[in-house]
Ligand binder design. Sequence first.
Ligand code: GLC
Length: 563
Amino acid sequence: MKELMVENRSSVDWFTDARFGMFIHWGLYAAIGKGEWVMYGQKIPVKEYEQLTETFNPNLFNAKEWVSLAKRAGMKYIVITAKHHDGFAMFHSKADKFNIVDSTPFGRDPLKELAEECALQGMKLCFYYSHVIDWHHPHSIHDSANNTWDYHLEEKAFYHYWNRLVKPQVTELLTQYGPIGLIWFDTSGGLSKKDSEEMVQLVKSLQPDCLVNSRVSHWPDFGDFQSKGDNEIPMSGEDTKPWETPMTLNKSWGYSAGDDHYKSTDSIIRKMVNIASKGGNLLLNVGPDERGEIPELSVEKLKEIGDWMDKNGESIYGTKGSPFPYEFDWGAVTVKENKVFLHIHNQKWSSGSLRINGFKTRLHQAYILSNPQQKISFMQENRENEGLYRLQLELPEEPPCQLSSVIVLELAEELKIDPAFIEQSGVIKLDFGHAKIEREQQQNAAEWQVKIAEKGKYEVHLITYKRTGVDWKNEFADSMKIAIGNESKSVMPNEDDIIEDSETCQHPYTEIHSHLGIFEIERPGLYSLRLHSSKVREKPKGPEIWQAAAVKLRAVKMIKMES
Ligand code: GLC
């Protein structure tokens, strides 16, 4: 993967090094226990919602415990909701009495307590702030999610909200809580480009080193880093900036009493590793309850992740993404200085040899990260004139570490990788993020050049992510054409396989594989693979547009069949 061009390298460094942070969705809505959108979902009148403040008393809140838990999990920063869409400030705001200090019996400022604790424990503190949606304020305007049960849209004067609440509160957050790592804005639909720019300027004028995420605006190119869609793990080749995936542990952000649909620790680690291998950060969410406690199951998961990070953190923090422009079936790759880390997921572990094609660099040694005494024997074969570079590792019978085992390849020279799409153990996954997109009549075509090292029959699958509730037949009304070399087929993609435990696809999307046919490759060599379809599009720029797609094209996968 190419080196990222980052203008302000020094101020974003801490962020790209951190790789793993804690998201905290905590607000007045915790008192209802149905997530942070409950006011909107149930159209709760402002006056009624305000009554929640009378009894809101989260006196079990303990900043020291929260920060210690984040540390224990191996997280390097905390992003907490200072004000969410319900408009309730979880800090002492002079701009509006609708805040936790002035309007609840609790009367304490949790952000102040967190700021002090973070400073003590060396944790970066960051704030989430809902700058556009605010269902409490009579003058906030968003392009879709407004409070229309208390207020009339046509009577709204946006700048009353913007100038008298948003700007003063952002100023309070950046002047009263010490240095803030980043401000995480959200749902900016409808905000003008000028107001978006002004918001960025305001932040930078108060704290020049404070980062701003891309959701500050729905206009393209905003932000020091890109916030992906909720729970969205991008494909390889999609990134143009440092980026982060915000992710839920279960299916909710704000405390949701009935939600025990937790991801397994194993799957969270695989997702984190996948994200790191593409050069991104994982911002993993917890939703504390109305007493101020992080749900027990969340605490348990975070501790288990921490156990894995204690042994394997070196392969995550401060690393760069994989130099290979595709995902591996067995896991993922990260790089730091003279080390390449192979993350082999235990689920995919098979004893015997693991072969990696296109690895040109001579190795000094290979060993297990969680037990450096345990060396791994290897063989390297470089056939320059055929363009063939192979590394073969002899894996122990059992995976040496819990959940996911990391092998360190210590390099004897500078890292060199064949950047081509090469089949790896008979499989190659071609992400749309790396495709050359060409406009052709009504249909676009995506093209990749693929190096096939072994002749034989290959099955070709289309990988898509489908949003829950979307009708497949509506989305794929026309056939698509697929061509490899000179052979081509016309196919109607079906929902052939539904992948339950996808590494990168998650609620509200499902990973679907469609069988596009079998192709015979008669001799090893370089082939062009082209897919023509009305679904093929240029790479989208803004995260929210991308997130809304009913079906996302992810990759085309070639799988060698047993001969
Ligand atoms: C969404 C939701 C919000 C949540 C956020 C987290 O945009 O509106 O409730 O805070 O995503 O990424």
